[in-house]
Design a protein around this ligand. Structure first.
Ligand code: ARG
Length: 467
């Protein structure tokens, strides 16, 4: 979009004012610098409003046609980057109305009939949110598909599962990947669920109380493709909980990506050596020639802080605001736009990183085959032969302690143990333990094969929900 023209010196609301606004006021209160990206939503809202005015016979069909022609022209100018902003344009709403009035002459002056920027701006943001959040949800589903593909391809590869970041029990790599997949599925569900509260038209609420004119908020809601209209005009212009909810849903996506990021940072270290990043999804060092850095993973981790800040900052803005509209609400847009932009980019980068990463199964499996990772299997082997679990736990724990003290390998100690013996010692052999996880939803091959089918069906449902 293009530069600003010389100011007319007056704002659209100048009626009761003798003097034009101070430069400092405009500089501090303007929102055009960030809300101009709402232009197409604002125009759509204005077209619906004009049609509503004609539908209610507040304006004539001819007046409506002339305003819609002017709005179409503004749309063309915006698309071509030829729209000229004026210094008096406070926000995208006043800029468009000013231009419509220039283009449609006296008829343009009827555009704002029965409308306030309070319901106008709230309508535009909700319309923007519907579109952008569904795009985010679709990108999450794309990431889930990559996780599913990589889970399918991982076959029997296993690695240590961790609790407290200490090796706990071996798990299939596919199981680990799908754990992230299910969490991301809930993120999609949260966005879809929030949509019900976002998808409500505030248009017709006016400044706060509706109008003396025979407006039809159902008509405009319908025209704009909203599922419902507001129930209470003060609530319509005087609430932003749907924005806070979206900021939370996006923060949760960021947190889930940050956890994947942290694991990739660890897995690509020489110490872990579980994975090697594709060159296209790694960065080098400006000084250290040998470096291959996981910057996507780190920023996926780091950006979560920023998204949480957007959420908590805006919650603080909302706190204690009396009904109904307060200018404070203009602060909804920057955190919302930023969170959406950051998550969109993060999802693209993380999806590419995971799609192209090379696993190093030897390293994963060598770590998982550490003998003590089979300790629980040994205890459960005793349980199946009648030993109460707490006693079995103590008996195996004692063997682990003796092994750590240098008395021999765990396997050797198990072999000669009167309670355990050679059959039990076989459980300590490489690759055995992971095959013993038979619980539905557990980490073993049969359970995971079943889980993969269920995840695939879940993904199809989500894909349909965000289509
Ligand atoms: N740019 C403003 C916003 O985004 C428009 C609303 C201004 N309304 C007002 N009564 N001053 O919230």
């Amino acid at each position: 979009m293009s530069e600003r023209s010389a100011s007319t010196g007056k704002a659209l609301w100048h009626g009761r004012f003798e003097d034009g606004p101070a430069a400092e006021l405009m500089e501090f209160t303007e929102s055009l610098s960030f809300d101009r990206r709402l232009w197409s939503d604002d125009i759509a809202g204005s077209v619906a409003h004009v049609l509503g005015l004609a539908h209610s016979e507040i304006i004539t069909e001819i007046e409506a046609a002339s305003m819609i022609a002017a709005l179409d022209r503004v749309s063309e100018e915006m698309t071509a980057g030829a729209f000229v902003f004026d210094d008096s344009d406070e926000d995208i709403h006043t800029a468009i109305e000013r231009r419509v009035t220039e283009l449609a002459g006296p008829t343009g002056a009827k555009l704002h009939t029965g409308r306030s920027r309070n319901d106008q701006a709230a309508t535009g943001v909700r319309r923007w949110m519907k579109r952008e959040l569904i795009l985010i949800a679709q990108r999450i589903v794309d990431l889930q598909s990559v996780l599913l593909d990589r889970a399918r391809a991982a076959g029997d590869v296993y690695l240590p599962g961790y609790t407290h970041m200490q090796r706990a029990q071996p798990v299939l790599l596919s199981h680990h990947l799908l754990a992230h997949g299910w969490a991301l599925g809930r993120d999609v569900e949260r966005i879809v669920d929030a949509m019900e509260r976002i998808d409500v038209s505030p248009l017709g609420a006016g400044a706060l109380a509706g109008s003396s004119l025979p407006l039809d908020p159902d008509f405009t809601a319908n025209r704009l493709g909203f599922a419902a209209r507001f129930e209470n005009s003060m609530d319509a212009v005087g609430s932003r909980d749907h924005v806070a909810e979206a900021l939370f849903a996006l923060s949760m996506v960021a947190i889930d990506l940050s956890r994947i990021g942290e694991e990739f940072v660890l897995w690509t270290t020489e110490e872990f050596g579980f994975a090697r990043l594709d060159d296209a999804y790694a960065t080098g060092s400006s000084m250290l020639p040998q470096k291959k850095n996981p910057d996507i993973a780190e920023l996926a981790r780091g950006k979560a802080g920023r998204l949480i800040g957007n959420l908590t900052g805006f919650l603080a803005t909302m706190k204690g605001l009396p009904l109904s509209y307060n200018r404070d609400y203009q602060e909804d847009k920057e955190p919302l736009f930023d969170s959406v932009d950051q998550i969109r980019r993060a999802l693209g980068a993380v999806t590419g990183m995971i799609a192209t990463v090379t696993w190093i199964p030897e390293r994963m499996q060598a770590a998982a085959d550490a003998e003590s990772n089979a300790a629980t299997d040994l205890a459960e082997w005793l349980v199946q032969r009648g030993t109460p679990f707490r006693e079995a736990h103590a008996a195996v724990g004692a063997l682990v302690r003796r092994s750590l003290a240098g008395e021999g390998s765990l396997r050797a100690l198990v072999e000669v143990d009167p309670l355990l013996g050679a059959d039990a010692a076989a459980l300590v052999a490489p690759g055995v333990s992971v095959r013993r996880r038979v619980t539905s939803g557990g980490a073993g091959p049969d359970a995971v094969a079943h889980q993969i089918e269920r995840f695939s069906a879940h993904l199809e449902r989500l894909r349909a929900a965000v289509a």
